[in-house]
Ligand binder design. Structure first.
Ligand code: FMN
Length: 208
């Protein structure tokens, strides 16, 4: 399948060229992320797309990752801090609407979610939400590779700086993981010509 070739083509780019990604490609990557599966289907994270150079300069402060600033786009996967009853209720109402169900048709499902999340601490909510955000990150990497857009997933950033500059805390969000997007500067990126390093398949996967 072509996906394997695209995954062999991609690598975590260190140095980007000045070339910008078209809005159409960015929109396709965003749509792919929105289509990502999430536990209970409630998408407990949001995506912030940052292009503004001044904001990106501030976000990059204190980070060893120059790609935060020097790339075409920066995606911030911002996970929920808490899963609130209001959010669950509104999301389930949206499910009923989008599936043309009667109001209240999914009450049992909603109540299971309300009861489950009421037993979780805010810290558990935040960790769970962050895990869901990482699944979106995986989709973004695959979508970018299919479009031959380069990408670098990054945990090397200061979440507090991101939360503050992007005003995430007051929106019940926290920066979980980030992804720069752009086009590789192959002549100046030492990784561009390096072989991909992966375990032999037999060591990685066990078939029983
Ligand atoms: C969750 C996550 C966080 C990462 N954080 C960084 C980072 O902060 N800076 C960086 O240059 N690369 C980062 N990487 C890239 C990895 O180092 C890279 O994916 C790995 O070495 C495998 O190489 P490849 O992606 O080029 O195939 C991260 C990757 C993942 C999946």
């Amino acid at each position: 399948m072509e996906l394997i070739n695209n995954l062999k083509w991609r690598y975590a780019v260190k140095k980007y060229s000045e070339e910008l990604i078209s809005e159409n490609k960015i929109d396709q990557i965003i749509e792919a992320i929105n289509l990502t599966a999430s536990s209970c289907g409630i998408q407990p994270y949001r995506l912030i797309v940052v292009t503004n150079p001044e904001i990106r300069e501030k976000l990059a402060e204190g980070s060893f990752n120059s790609q935060i600033k020097a790339s075409s786009h920066l995606l911030v996967f911002a996970a929920f801090n808490k899963i609130t009853n209001e959010y669950i209720t509104e999301y389930v109402a949206m499910m009923e609407k989008q599936r043309n169900l009667e109001i209240g048709a999914l009450n049992d499902f909603r109540d299971v979610l309300l009861s489950h999340f009421s037993t979780q601490t805010p810290e558990q909510n935040a960790i769970w939400s962050s895990k869901q955000a990482y699944i979106g990150l995986g989709t973004a990497l695959i979508a970018a590779a299919e479009l031959k857009v380069d990408a670098t997933p990054m945990e090397g950033f200061d979440p507090e700086t991101f939360n503050e500059i992007l005003g995430l805390t007051e929106k019940n969000l926290h920066a979980s993981v980030i992804l720069s997007l752009g086009y590789r500067d192959a002549a100046n990126d030492y990784l561009a010509s390096m072989s991909k390093v992966r375990l032999p398949i037999d060591e990685f996967a066990t078939k029983l």
